[in-house]
Design a protein around this ligand. Structure first.
Ligand code: SF4
Length: 452
């Protein structure tokens, strides 16, 4: 078995049917009305998607495209700036504060550093900015201290480096082009440049590929432990750890079909347990079930995706106003065309029912390690649904949560189960949704409804 689509064995209390119905945006006017009227809070997040990569990795689950020309990238960046104008004009004067700006991809570190300053200045024309920018970066791009310094001077305050491992065998198995030396230099440069926060992404459960690069489970665990230590020694403020998901639509899945790729998804528990030991031994904090931090602070690309409001800009971006979720077209050319025609690039949406809002809020809180019941109220859920109250009591009885005061804290056992449930969700919904949305976005006529 490989980790492809929600097949991890999770505690029965956390197993929930994952299904999402999305409807085509047929009325641009109605869409802008919904955005204007359904912002849950005045404090909003902004996410910008840069879909370009130099080459593509064999197991990549994200929406991306190979960089063909700088000219194309420039047109794309112009369209992103114009999209800010669309939503900025709609929300201007509403007293909105931007509390986080994250740029993900793809590879945001492929674009000129000056773009980030432009992004910052454009957003500040419409909103009060309470933050600087966080970007995901490819280690190769940060090996240049000149570019890293440029980022710092252009309003980038946080970086998340996609190192994945400090072991050459793992990088080879993952098909990554960067080297261990690139990873080391990138983290050192980022720390030296003075960014407020440096996160290092680490990937565990690497595939073992027969006749190419074989990694035993024991070896994988030892490498993971070494990787955690190395990232910390290099000065990273945070480490985000996640398993290699092998999406069915990725080119790497062919190796599974040929019977050459082995990955035992049952080992996820052991890797998470190792990470928890590391947190305890080094006296660190677990700010999300998948993020280890030196302080109670976290870099999270789409922090507000679960509860909103999050304004997603660029091709393939998801937005959540708190009551309404919408998704931009997953095709670069169509995105640029729609924005240049003055149309919103949102192509699918769904309205969020109170019970959906409550369950999303619950999972968001569970992943942070504590469920504060008063927070439901702040999200507009006046009465916690009976199903959630029952879940909290049963999860406490099952030893997944511990009740203190009016709040519920994840136990160690709870962390492992919630971790697996998050991975199941990611493999089941966003990864699958990206595949379906990419396919439909390339078609002339998109279906009125899609089910993920
Ligand atoms: S894994 Fe990252 S760098 Fe590789 S293709 Fe996907 S988005 Fe690009």
């Amino acid at each position: 078995m490989v980790l492809s689509s929600g097949n991890l064995k999770v505690h029965w209390l956390l197993r929930r049917p994952a299904r999402m119905e999305l409807f085509k945006v047929v009325d641009a006017g109605l869409h802008t009305k919904m955005v204007g009227e359904s912002m849950r809070d005045r404090r909003i997040g902004v996410y910008v998607h840069i879909p370009y990569c130099k080459t593509t990795c064999p197991f990549c689950p994200y929406f991306k495209t190979v960089l063909r020309s700088r000219d194309e990238v420039e047109k794309y960046l112009r369209a992103v700036v114009s999209e800010i104008d669309v939503y900025g004009r709609l929300l201007e004067g509403g007293g909105y504060e931007v509390v986080e700006i994250h740029v993900g991809g793809g590879t945001p570190s492929l674009v000129p550093a000056s773009f980030f300053k432009e992004l910052y200045e454009k957003l500040s024309e419409y909103f009060t900015l309470k933050t600087n920018i966080g970007i995901e970066a490819n280690p190769e791009d940060l090996t240049s201290s000149e570019y890293t310094g440029e980022l710092y001077k252009n309003e980038v305050g946080e970086v998340s480096i996609g190192a994945q491992s400090f072991n050459g065998k793992v990088l080879k198995a993952l098909g990554r082009k960067h080297t261990v030396e690139d990873n080391v230099r990138a983290v050192e440069n980022a720390v030296k440049a003075g960014f407020k926060w440096v996160n290092v992404d680490l990937m565990f459960l690497p595939p073992s590929i027969r006749g190419y690069v074989e990694i035993s489970p024991e070896e994988g665990l030892t490498i993971f432990e070494d990787d955690l230590k190395r990232a910390l020694e290099l000065g990273a403020h945070q480490i985000t750890f996640y398993p290699t998901i092998i999406p069915r639509h990725s080119p790497g899945f062919k190796l599974v079909e040929q019977g050459r790729l082995a990955q035992d998804e049952r080992l996820v528990d052991k890797f998470v347990e190792r990470a928890l030991d590391f947190v305890e031994n080094k006296k660190l904090r677990l700010v999300r079930v998948y993020s280890i931090s030196r302080e109670q602070y976290e870099y999270a690309t789409v922090n507000l995706e679960m509860v909103g409001p999050l304004l997603g800009l660029g091709a393939g971006a998801w937005s959540n106003t708190g009551l309404y979720q919408y998704i931009n077209v997953h095709d670069v050319q169509s995105y640029v065309r729609l924005v240049n025609e003055g149309k919103p690039p949102a192509v699918y949406y769904r309205s969020l029912e109170k019970s959906t809002i409550a369950w999303r809020a619950l999972f968001d809180q569970l992943s942070s390690g504590v469920v504060k019941t008063r927070l439901f109220n702040e999200l507009g859920v006046e009465k916690i649904p009976y199903s959630i109250r029952a879940f909290l009591e049963l999860a406490t009885l099952a030893g997944l949560l511990e009740k203190r005061g009016g709040d519920y804290y994840l136990t160690r056992k709870g962390v492992v189960e919630v971790y697996k449930s998050v991975i199941n969700y990611v493999a089941e919904i966003p990864v699958k949704a990206t595949m379906i949305l990419e396919k439909h976005s390339r078609q002339e006529s998109m279906p009125d409804k899609i089910v993920v």
